[in-house]
Design a protein. Structure first.
Length: 782
């Protein structure tokens, strides 16, 4: 602090211990001059313990007027002298202040000013400290947040890097595990990574590194080849049908034949109401070939999936591969070859099926070629087996259709799923009702029989009217589908009476059989049961007459027991015109062209012979037409009028009715379109029967009775047996009139219609009928 007085009062500050060098110099030179301007240093003095390191303090900003100084001021030996001089000076100044009031006032003012400055400085320092303190806290918080965020980011990157490292390690371990399967002595990762040898120095190490790299690539190529071969082998296995079928409640077909296409088509139609189903086909053929052949059939699958597998039905492992234990039905097709070999294979297949440890959920439908083998197959299969003898079915149908032209179309409608078929179902609301009332209780179906629970589930076709349905009985009907019919209220129906005497005369017939079949003896016995006494059966084939008798006797036929027919033997080739011209072709009522046994193994060859025989017979008959017209004029056709459907189908005006047996369905379609044959019966009907039995095994009992010599059969009746010309009545009334002769009317064909109507709609609607109309009935065999 600067003072204007000559002397200054003592101060409590420590600054008086550190006078400036100019002050000491001036006092030592002029002690008598008290009035001098001076300034005091505020720098504290250094510790006295370190005199050797002592440095003179910087000159204070408060400089004295005198700029001179003594060089000896810094010497420590003058410290005592300085203190004494300073003490004397202060005492002198204090004495002067007491004597001079003006100087004392100046000193007080100076102290006040100094106090104010000190207070202001302390306040500024305090505010500055508070601001610094607040800013320090904010800076601390910011630093903490930055540190936390930085740690989080660092941790995130660290975890990401750790995940990448773990993935790399897992990939490395997988590669090493794969390499261990090939060679335990090679480290695949080190071999495959060429960069691991990039830092090798020297020609030798580099050659080794290059060799190892090439070896690694070679091993990698080998591993890639092995993996590729494994994948290709798996795909080939799937392509060839060796994989397992994971299905249940499916239809399994074992074997491959010409009937497969028709069978698949019928199963597809049957499953259409359910939205489709699963059909599995297993045969000893390549899967791709089977799929290609099925694709060539070109029919709509309608939601049904067809799965093909390659395998043998004689091997249990292959049967398990197609989930045989979970199938709802198993169809065993006969081979297109020798009948005995085909049936023997079917027998072994049944043995394999019965040997499945898991058991079978569904039933087995076996197609046989020879009727004599049926007993053996049923003995092996027991209650699980239902048999359909294709050869026998075709033979019986040919005989029925030869005697009743037009019946083939009826059988096609009933056997197939495209129109109406047989269904069996339980209806509790019908219990206690007579069968006559049951007949008119279904607006959309026609009852045909009853499955009697009290007789072990036996199906009775065409029962008596007085039979009363009991608890547990089921009704057999002909309907469009299993969900399209239900019983309704009984309608009011007038019974009426028959138009006249219900007498169907049996006339003698003359039938020609062209060709030789394996079951010829069975056909002869059926014809003897159906034909009127005095009928003739001509047999024309290449088998020697003595050999024929031997074969017939070996087949179980007793020629002496034939009461209604007379056998006439002719030897010749049915495809040679000269041989056919030796026969009275214009005089036969019906001609049956059989698939000859000599070419039966080849369906195409057998069909070709049948087609050639048909064309030759038609040409010969056309040239002998006048004789045929004369025979018709004399009324040889019996009760059938020329304008009726039966008369048209028998073609009484110019030729005989010809029934052709065709093995290949494609040939059947060709003949049907060309209309050169009246009726064509093929294996398609057998496929329909197999499909029906596969869907419901109970239907097999119905078909067996309709095909048998005894029991009930399908028949075609003239309308004049039930009504008068122009009579108006409903279909229900026709049903009740037919019941007077214990017949069930299932359909009709009008005079000018092309096809018959089975299970007609609007049964209670009245209409006008003609005596030229015909009805299709189920009746007892005559």
């Amino acid at each position: 602090m600067s003072l204007d007085s000559a002397e200054a009062s003592p101060s409590s500050s420590r600054d008086w211990f550190f006078p400036s060098p100019s002050f000491i110099h001036s006092t030592s030179n002029s002690p008598q001059s008290p009035n001098y301007p001076r300034k005091f240093s505020t720098i504290p003095r250094h510790s006295r313990s370190s005199h050797t390191d002592w440095k003179p303090p910087k000159t204070s900003t408060f400089r004295s007027v005198s700029s001179s100084g003594s060089a000896a001021y810094g010497d420590p030996k003058y410290g005592r002298v300085r203190r004494r001089i300073e003490l004397r000076r202060r005492e002198k100044m204090a004495k002067q202040e007491k004597e001079d009031p003006v100087l004392e006032q100046k000193r007080d003012v100076s102290k006040a000013v100094s106090g104010v400055k000190t207070a202001i400085g302390e306040m500024g320092i305090r505010d500055f400290g508070q601001r610094v303190k607040i800013r320090w806290q904010m800076a601390s918080y910011i630093a903490i947040l930055i540190t936390a965020f930085g740690s989080l980011v660092h941790k995130n990157f660290s975890l990401h890097n750790q995940v990448i490292d773990l993935q790399d390690q897992i990939s490395t371990m997988n590669i090493r595990l794969q390499a261990c399967n090939t060679s335990d002595t090679f480290d695949t990762i080190s071999i495959l990574q060429e960069g691991n040898h990039a830092n090798s120095e020297g020609m030798g190490p580099r050659l080794v590194s290059v060799s190892i790299s090439f070896g690694g690539m070679l091993i990698f190529a080998m591993m890639l080849g092995l993996v590729s071969d494994a994948i290709s082998e798996k795909l080939d296995s799937l392509r060839k049908g060796r994989s397992e079928v994971v299905e249940q409640n499916h239809t399994l077909i074992l074997g491959w034949s010409d009937k497969l296409g028709s069978l698949l088509n019928q199963l597809v139609i049957a499953n259409e109401s359910l939205g489709g189903g699963i059909v599995v086909v297993m045969a000893e053929r390549d899967k791709e070939e089977m799929e290609l052949d099925i694709a060539k059939m070109e029919f709509d699958f309608r939601g049904t999936s067809v799965i093909c597998r390659s395998g043998s039905p004689l091997i249990l492992a292959d049967l398990k591969k197609v989930s045989v234990s979970k199938a709802r039905a198993i169809v065993v097709l006969a081979d297109d070859g020798n009948a005995d070999q085909s049936d023997a294979r079917a027998l072994r297949t049944v043995l394999s099926l019965t040997g499945v440890k898991e058991g079978l959920r569904g039933h087995i439908v076996v197609e046989l070629s020879d009727l004599d083998n049926e007993v053996l197959v049923k003995l092996v299969g027991g209650e699980l087996v239902e048999t359909v003898v294709a050869h026998d079915v075709i033979g019986r149908l040919m005989i029925q259709c030869a005697r009743q032209p037009g019946l083939a179309q009826i059988w096609e409608d009933i056997l197939g799923f495209e129109n109406c078929e047989f269904y069996i179902k339980r209806w509790p609301q019908l219990d206690g009702m007579q069968f006559e009332d049951v007949l008119i209780s279904f607006p959309d179906a026609i009852p045909c029989g009853v499955k009697v629970a009290s007789r072990g589930g036996k199906i009775i076709l065409n029962p008596e009217d007085s039979y009363v349905l009991q608890g547990g009985d089921e009704v057999l009907v002909i309907a469009e589908d299993d969900d399209t019919y239900a019983p309704g209220a009984l309608p009011m129906v007038w019974r009426g009476s028959l138009a006249g005497d219900f007498i169907v005369p049996k006339l003698t017939e003359k039938i020609l059989l062209c060709g030789w079949r394996r079951d010829m003896e069975d056909m002869i016995m059926v014809l003897d049961a159906f034909l009127a006494p005095g009928s003739e059966l001509w047999m024309f084939n290449e088998v020697v007459e003595s050999e024929r008798e031997r074969k017939l006797i070996d087949g179980g036929l007793d020629l002496s027991r034939l009461v209604n027919i007379t056998l006439v033997h002719r030897e010749g080739n049915a495809v040679i015109r000269r041989h056919l011209e030796s026969l009275p072709l214009e005089s036969f009522d019906s001609i049956l062209i059989l698939a000859d046994e000599s070419v039966e193994d080849s369906a195409i060859q057998a069909d070709s012979r049948s087609l050639a025989t048909l064309l030759l017979i038609r040409d010969i008959q056309a040239k002998r037409l006048p004789y045929r017209e004369a025979m018709v004029t004399r009324g040889q056709r019996g009760s059938f009028s020329r304008g009726s459907w039966i008369g048209e189908m028998q073609q009484a005006s110019d030729r005989s009715v010809i029934i052709s047996e065709i093995l290949d369905p494609r040939t059947k379609n060709l003949l049907s379109m060309s209309k050169i044959s009246d009726y064509v019966l093929s294996n398609e009907l057998v496929s329909m029967a197999l499909a029906m039995v596969a869907e419901d095994r109970q239907i097999n009992d119905v078909l067996e009775e309709l095909f048998a010599e005894e029991g009930n059969e399908l028949h075609i009746r003239l309308a004049e047996l039930y009504l008068h010309e122009g009579e108006e009545m409903s279909f229900y009334e026709v049903i009740l009139r037919a019941r007077q002769k214990r017949e069930i009317v299932i359909g009709y064909r009008l005079e000018n219609a092309e096809r018959a109507v089975i299970n007609p709609p609007n049964k209670n609607e009245r209409r006008r009928w003609s005596v030229k109309d015909v009805f299709v009935v189920i009746t007892e065999k005559e």
